[in-house]
Design a protein around this ligand. Structure first.
Ligand code: SF4
Length: 222
């Protein structure tokens, strides 16, 4: 595996709450924090994920990995109504736009609330490790959520650097994690489907054969 350098830990901290969104994004962050000797608790709060079967699948992968490593996972409720209310009017925003900002805000506000209720002075998130996300946007949401409570801080760290991105891929392969092909919400699922059909049509135009499609049961409400 790509060599890991010692993680620079914020001064005076020995425990941290980590918001996890899915196993592929979490593996490297979890192993880096554990290797640094910090006491780690995971919180899973992702009401953005659609449909519920996908939500359950991503959560189960996190629990499987965390159980192996003897890490406590806090399972927050699946409350999609709260999420849909939060992003109302932003349905057609592009990814990394204002809808994603609200989505990160909500998830990290819930994380910050749990942190202050349970005596954590520091929390962080694996959201920023994905190259599909805007790390600055995630970090701004994290700091905003932390600022709601006195004595609470958001740990801003570039989990991609010093080989983090490579280890993320290596751990995903090693653990045979389930890998989704869209960010999570119904709107990102819609966009992913659109991308696939545009690609198929382009291929069909070049080959002269009619386009193909994935043979699966479509459970989305569209
Ligand atoms: S694309 Fe991803 S980050 Fe953006 S709103 Fe949807 S689930 Fe949230």
């Amino acid at each position: 595996m790509t060599k890991r350098m010692k993680l620079p830990i914020p001064a005076g901290v020995n425990r941290v709450l980590l918001h996890c969104c899915c196993a592929p994004c979490s593996g490297e962050v979890i192993e880096a924090i554990q290797a640094a000797g910090l006491d780690l608790t995971i919180i899973f709060y992702n009401p953005n994920i659609h449909p519920v079967e996908e939500y359950a699948r991503r959560k189960q992968e996190i629990i499987r990995f965390a159980e192996d490593k003897k890490i406590l996972v806090i399972d927050a409720d699946y409350d999609p109504d709260t999420w849909f209310a939060r992003v109302k009017g932003l349905e057609d925003e592009p990814e990394q736009g204002r809808r994603c900002e609200q989505c990160f805000d909500l998830r990290l506000e819930r994380t910050a609330f749990y942190a202050q209720e349970n005596g954590f002075s520091l929390f962080t998130s694996c959201l920023g490790i994905s190259r599909w996300k805007n790390m600055e946007q995630v970090n701004a949401c994290g700091h905003r959520a932390a600022a709601r409570y006195e004595g609470l801080a958001y740990w801003e760290y570039n989990w991609r650097k010093n080989g983090g991105s490579s280890r993320m891929i290596e751990i995903t392969k090693r653990e045979n994690f389930y890998q989704q092909n869209y960010c999570g919400c119904v709107f990102s699922l819609r966009n992913a489907k659109k991308r696939v059909s545009v690609r198929a049509e382009k291929e069909a135009r070049h080959s002269g054969f009619p386009p193909t499609q994935e043979a699966s049961v479509d459970k989305s409400p569209e």
